[in-house]
Write a protein that binds this ligand. Structure first.
Ligand SMILES: NC(=O)c1ccc[n+]([C@@H]2O[C@H](COP(=O)([O-])OP(=O)(O)OC[C@H]3O[C@@H](n4cnc5c(N)ncnc54)[C@H](OP(=O)(O)O)[C@@H]3O)[C@@H](O)[C@H]2O)c1
Length: 527
């Protein structure tokens, strides 16, 4: 018995060591000014201190023209680093000084817009790329979404090749599965429309698709200008996404990004890591850390502020939420596996570079329905709304209900038409009687346009491959990098972690304007 146990442990311990695989290695990471990127960097700094270095590719902006300045003001100053700074402030500063390398560049440009000398330095230093940069706006203008979510992958692939076929980890999304339904495994996604076909080598013909889309973009650019052009480009993105098999421009272009990498990195190692809806951290660096208002939270906020009391959706649908630290850990495990393989190959083992897909998600292994989520939010609102004063201004008076999309649209127009008429009469007498109710209807309609696909889920994402990877990790390190969604107790997560986290980290202090309540809310982001 004891012998067997020892044998199993010995076997387990021949697994991949994250700490050894990353020791002395240099990682190029994009998207670190964003939510997920920050969680990845923090975890690497906290728990992989022997990493060789982290290169951050950051574009300059108006306020901070250099990557270094953006890192100082937008990344290092983030509340996610409070724990590190509190526990080991000198180590944190030393790590920033010695191991963080800020590179001002544009991932959307060839050679990242760097001069030859800087680009060559980068290709000589970096061992692995983590690409997290993306436009996560569901309704991005098609030309912009194509640029960052699809075309920039050619630059990433070229960088990998020039750096010596180094491996790439692409942060994608489970929602590249588009209109596919049912149980969705960690595979390449076939578009439901059947309109995108394979080439002779078994790759989807993405170049032809992109050419077709670019032609349509050019026609619009010849015909429209200004905000009218912007609206047309957004509408084109949604129309084409729906036609080809996706709900929105974000997920359609992210699918194209995956396909570009698959083909361009033939013969090199590629890991596609697809998170579901990423929300606040479960465990580290603190439970509940989050930045910005994400998909599900925009609806939660609208309910908390009593702007929306019913919404289109399927209460029995399974929503897929995954805490950000489990996503960061999955990225790190994926990177460790890629580097482990590189090491084995350089030691003489003949290992074919592989293309892998991992889904970091909860719906397959720890499902929670939308109705359960709503119940938890309402319970917290009823019992403890005063503890979350930036989220709830008072106890919401009405319950939140899910109705079918057709019922929702019918209810909205039935409410809106008479209000518009009354308002018109009111305005003749200088009074804007119903504008608040009209605003609320507008909020609900806008939210439903963007999010109703996500509140009527007809799919469950599975993560067996990710769990198998976790089981290949050195047994002593597994608990340092947990990725298993079964760790989530939904009641505790929503009520004791996520809602307090939103209140503490994502929402600004409430500001009052001359008798009127006014909120200074952060910009709502989708994902
Ligand atoms: N958040 C989620 O729920 C979720 C779910 C599934 C998958 N993901 C994936 O996770 C990754 C990170 O998402 P996130 O939530 O961290 O998004 P985020 O907070 O919006 O951050 C996006 C990052 O991408 C960069 N970026 C955007 N447009 C760019 C452009 N044109 N050129 C260069 N950089 C650009 C941003 O840089 P700037 O600051 O310079 O704009 C920022 O660093 C994405 O690949 C996304 O698809 C996210």
């Amino acid at each position: 018995m004891i012998t067997n146990k020892l044998a199993v442990e010995a076997l387990n311990n021949t697994g991949i060591s994250v700490l050894k695989s990353l020791k002395g290695k240099h990682v190029l990471v994009t998207g670190t000014t964003g939510f997920v990127g920050k969680v990845i960097i923090e975890k690497l700094m906290r728990d992989v201190p022997d990493i060789g270095g982290i290169y951050l590719l950051i574009r300059g902006n108006r306020q901070h023209p250099t990557a270094e300045s953006r890192f100082m003001h937008e990344v290092a100053s983030s509340s996610i680093f409070e724990t590190l700074q509190h526990d080991a402030s000198q180590a944190f500063e030393r790590f920033c000084r010695q191991k963080i390398h800020c590179v001002t560049g544009e991932v959307t440009e060839r050679h990242f817009g760097l001069n030859t000398a800087d680009f060559n330095t980068l290709i000589n230093k970096v061992d692995v790329v983590v690409n997290s940069a993306a436009s996560v706006n569901f309704r991005e203008a098609l030309d912009q979404a194509l640029l960052i979510n699809a075309l920039s992958l050619y630059n990433i692939a070229e960088f990998s090749q020039l750096a010596g076929h180094i491996p790439v980890l692409q942060v994608s999304t489970c929602y590249v599965n588009g209109f596919n339904q049912g149980d969705l495994a960690e595979n390449n996604v076939a578009p439901t429309s059947g309109l995108i076909v394979y080439d002779a080598n078994g790759y989807y013909k993405v170049e032809a698709l992109i050419d077709e889309l670019q032609n349509k973009i050019s026609v619009l650019k010849d015909s429209f200008t200004g905000s009218e052009l912007d609206d047309q480009l957004v509408a084109l993105g949604i129309g084409e996404s729906n036609r080809f098999g996706w709900n929105d421009t974000y997920t359609f272009t992210k699918w194209m990004g995956e396909q570009i990498l698959r083909k361009a990195l033939k013969g090199s190692a590629l890991t596609i890591l697809r998170p579901a809806i990423v929300e606040s951290t479960l465990i580290g660096p603190v439970p509940g850390w989050i930045e910005g208002i994400k998909v599900a939270d925009a609806i939660l906020m609208a309910y908390a502020r009593e702007k929306v009391t019913f919404f289109p959706g399927d209460p029995q649908g399974i929503i897929d939420i995954i805490p950000a630290d489990l996503v960061a850990n999955s990225v790190i495990l994926g990177v460790a596996e890629l580097l482990h393989q590189t090491d084995k190959t350089s030691e003489g083992e003949s290992l074919e570079p592989q293309h892998r897909v991992y889904q970091c998600c909860s719906s397959g292994s720890n499902p929670v329905t939308i109705a359960q989520m709503i119940k938890l939010v309402q319970l917290e609102a009823d019992e403890n709304y005063q503890q979350h004063e930036k989220l709830f201004y008072r106890k919401p008076k009405r319950p939140f209900m899910m109705v079918s999309k057709s019922v929702f649209l019918g209810m909205m127009s039935a409410m809106k038409l008479p209000l518009l008429a009354v308002n018109k009469v009111g305005k003749w007498f200088g009074r804007d009687i119903q504008s608040k109710t009209l605003d609320n209807i507008e909020t609900a309609m806008n939210l439903s346009t963007v999010f109703s696909f996500y509140s009527e889920p007809k799919y469950r994402f599975h993560n067996e491959q990710l769990m198998a990877l976790s089981n290949r990790i050195d047994v002593a390190e597994r608990s340092l990098f947990p990725v298993d969604a079964r760790l989530i107790d939904w009641d505790r997560y929503m009520r004791k972690i996520h809602i307090p986290g939103l209140n503490r980290y994502a929402l600004k202090e409430r500001t009052l304007k001359k008798g009127n309540v006014n909120v200074d809310e952060p910009k709502s982001k989708a994902a």
